[in-house]
Design a protein around this ligand. Structure first.
Ligand code: ARG
Length: 561
């Protein structure tokens, strides 16, 4: 519909001698469907009043022989808009096209895109930040895949950093005089050990140094440490997988930072051959500052003076590996916004050293805050463990109503997912948001449960239809719902283009509000068969759209609630 409207406008502008790519958007006014806001821009260029240009264009359009096929009315409105009301016929024709289309009418893309949205750290519990990465990243992955791209996700485990040296240090001290293979430990042990040794490092420089040494020796391949590392990995990664599975988050590749180390031997000499590395106090560093920088961008440390490698070097090698294995058109990173500087440095080195020439994107998200607007804490006030958050949401929802206590476990898990994900994804990801468990668990309001509930309510109404939508529209909410449905292609395209799932989440909410008023206002009982048939087609499509969009957000529908 948008394309058609814009091409009609373009044609009229062109015939009158105005060069412009017109843009049509939905109008917020009652009784106006669309508006075109281009008149002001044209007025500036052609030194004419916007209203005058508007009158000319509207005059041209009204003379079209198929005017009444497309329009109810086209008017100029002060101070300088063209207001458009489309015909019922045109709405229905567009809707029929959409119902028959493969990808809800969105444009197709065929890029190969690597998406990096995991980053959990082995041997440390997942925290709320990892939740945002996973939820937002998986949504972006799903959206880009839906558009036809070849998407490749990599969890990029943090599996080779200092925490590994710390846990191995813990093992060595908790099991003195024990053979490596005889050390018995489990997940619980790992969860306790990392915070304990990490605290010790802060108090005692000797312990810290020792942990650094172990980490370095592990990275260099010391056999005993690699043996322990593999066992720690197995226990921790199994647990990480369990939590991701709960969230319906998955990865095509389960690589980690350790896998990147394999490429250092090729990559480091290659970077050095570009003449961009300098030695500073024994460390190999690369300057990445640019004249136009408004903030200080420190050099990237390729290798520390003790020979150890850092986070940045492993990200460089990962890009090296991704180019080699996947030859992508784009690599997208979703992380906490506080990592922006890190990615800026890494991307600049990639360009300077000519490691990879295609697109690189980092999208940072804000923090999840509690009602006090400070970073979210669980009831116990302790560590911000992801699993605690999930459990708290579950309890809250179960306590809400008596029926919820007897809910099927699978359904309950789907609702918990919906609560958490919809709470997160309705916000522009770059902003912080307040996670109010109670509010987001309610079936009323802008929540996941509201959307699920609306879907199930509509689903009960559906019966068989003959698949033939007539040219009629029966009332205002019917019209509003159909127009909203037609918007779906644009919404998916915009979310994909800007890498922002909140457009889809907000659309879903608005669609559900309309579907609910439709339900309330158009009692289906007792209406004529042909009207019922039309309603059925519209509502089935409404639920198909809802189901697809929810799945793009990683939200799945329970059998009942
Ligand atoms: N492990 C990191 C952290 O928890 C996140 C990794 C993000 N991805 C990346 N390629 N650097 O902070």
């Amino acid at each position: 519909m948008y394309n058609k409207l814009e091409s009609i406008l373009n044609e009229a502008f062109k015939k009158l001698g105005y060069e412009i790519e017109s843009k049509v958007v939905r109008s917020k006014e009652d009784f106006v469907d669309f508006q075109c806001d281009n008149l002001f821009g044209l007025a500036k260029v052609y030194h004419k009043s916007p209203l005058l240009i508007g009158e000319e264009v509207v005059g041209k359009i009204k003379k079209l022989s198929d005017f009444s096929y497309y329009f109810k009315s086209v008017e100029v409105a002060k101070p300088g808009f063209i207001n458009i009301c489309v015909s019922d016929k045109f709405i229905n024709e567009s809707l029929r096209g959409l119902i028959g289309s493969d990808r809800l009418g969105c444009t197709e893309e065929h890029d190969t895109i690597v998406i990096d949205y995991g980053g959990p750290n082995v041997a440390k519990p997942l925290h709320v930040g990892h939740l945002r990465t996973a939820i937002i990243g998986q949504a972006i992955y799903n959206i880009l895949k839906f558009k036809g791209n070849k998407t490749i996700s990599d969890v990029h485990l943090g599996d080779f950093g200092l925490q590994m040296g710390q846990v191995i240090y813990g093992l060595l001290h908790d099991y003195p005089n024990t053979k490596y293979e005889d050390m018995e430990f489990d997940l619980d042990y790992l969860n306790r050990t990392y915070p304990r040794i990490s605290a010790l490092c802060k108090e005692d420089d000797n312990v810290k140094e020792e942990c650094h040494r172990i980490t370095k020796e592990l990275q260099d391949g010391k056999e005993e440490y690699v043996y322990l590392w593999k066992r720690i990995m197995k226990i921790s990664v199994d647990d990480i997988k369990r939590i991701y599975k709960y969230l319906s988050v998955d990865f095509d590749y389960w690589y980690g930072e350790a896998d990147a180390y394999k490429y250092f031997d090729e990559m480091i000499p290659y970077i050095e051959s570009k003449g961009i590395v300098r030695v500073d106090d024994g460390a190999k560093i690369i300057d990445v500052k640019e004249e136009t920088d408004k903030v200080d961008v420190p050099p990237l440390i390729l290798q520390k003076s003790d020979g150890a490698y850092l986070y940045s070097t492993s990200d460089l090698a990962t890009i090296w590996q991704r180019k080699r294995d996947f030859d992508p058109d784009d690599i997208i990173y979703i992380t906490d916004d506080r990592q922006s500087l890190h990615f800026l440095q890494v991307f600049r080195v990639v360009r300077k050293a000519l490691i990879y020439e295609k697109r690189l994107e980092h999208h940072g998200y804000g923090t999840v805050n509690g009602k006090d607007n400070k970073p979210f804490k669980t009831r116990s006030g302790g560590a911000l463990k992801l699993e605690d958050l999930i459990n708290e949401v579950k309890e809250e929802f179960v306590d809400l109503r008596e029926e919820n206590k007897h809910m099927d476990k699978e359904d309950l898990d789907k609702i918990v997912n919906a609560i958490i994900k919809f709470a997160d994804l309705q916000n522009d990801m770059s902003r912080n948001y307040i996670f109010d468990i109670k509010k987001f668990s309610e079936v009323n309001g802008k929540t996941g449960p509201y959307i699920l509930y609306t879907y199930l309510r509509i689903n009960k109404l559906l019966s068989n239809n003959n698949g033939k939508l007539s040219d009629n529209i029966y009332n205002d909410v019917d019209r509003a719902l159909r127009l909203k449905l037609i918007d779906v292609s644009n919404v998916i395209d915009q979310a994909a283009r800007e890498r922002k799932p909140h457009y889809i989440a907000n659309y879903l909410y608005e669609l559900s509000v309309l579907a609910n008023s439709f339900y309330v206002e158009n009692r289906v009982a007792g209406i004529a068969d042909d009207v019922k048939n039309d309603y059925d087609i519209v509502l089935s499509f409404n639920n198909k759209v809802t189901e697809i969009l929810l799945s793009l957000l990683g939200i799945y529908i329970p059998r009942s609630m």
